[in-house]
Design a protein around this ligand. Sequence first.
Ligand SMILES: [Zn+2]
Length: 270
Amino acid sequence: MPEMPDLEAYRAFFNSRLPGVTIQAVTVRIPLVIRVPKDDFIATLNGNVFGEVERRGKFLLFSLRSGDYLAIHPMLTGRFQYRRPQEKRRPKTCFVLALSNGHELRYFDDRRMGKVYLVKQGDLDTLPLFADLGPEPLSDEFTEEAFREHLRRFRGQIKSVIRNDRLVAAIGNAYADEILFAASIHPYRKRIELPPEAEVRLYQAIRSVLGEAAAIVTDRVEKEGLPVDEYRDHLKVHRRGGQPCPNCGSPISEITANQRITSFCRHCQK
Ligand SMILES: [Zn+2]
């Protein structure tokens, strides 16, 4: 699933290519993912011009000259291609936008669970889950004080808590493992059991892990192109079960529950 660093990289990639570019043709192949009537989708996009590309939580927001956003929440398997028309399309390509710069912007989605909306620029809060999004983890409003106060409203295991978009936006399964490793917190620890110093470490780890990852992934997307699966080679514990912990050398534990993999170090994370 694309998480904050991945989506931030897509945003930067598109924002250096799309503003000022006109959509010359719209082809819808899998209407299921498009949450507005297909005819409206085509009519609004056709001839429209891209403005700035923004991101909020797990939504990519492509602003348009008409005053609309093309808002895309890729869920688990939504991905993008930005290619010349003659280059091969991915299976499960849902829609294709032919652009005035000779490229095509394509959205593909193997499980077709992503959600694609058109929304007026003042109406973003009408999108499902949008109004409830917590602060952006690298924003100025996401302060240690605000985080620790907000954290106290959440119960349950700490990994589930930090994956909740209401607490802080756009942390998913992979970066939750990385953040908890950096903060030396066991993923199944209850939130109410965390001492104050662990809350501080958690805040700092959210900022540092996501900030560093966003820089790494943005650089790779720029150099190597948009990925089919996320660039994840830089992760230290997630999906590295059995490999040595980079801190202590003991094997990383990996547990699958509810179809989710959790990776952590039993020695380093208490
Ligand atoms: Zn360790």
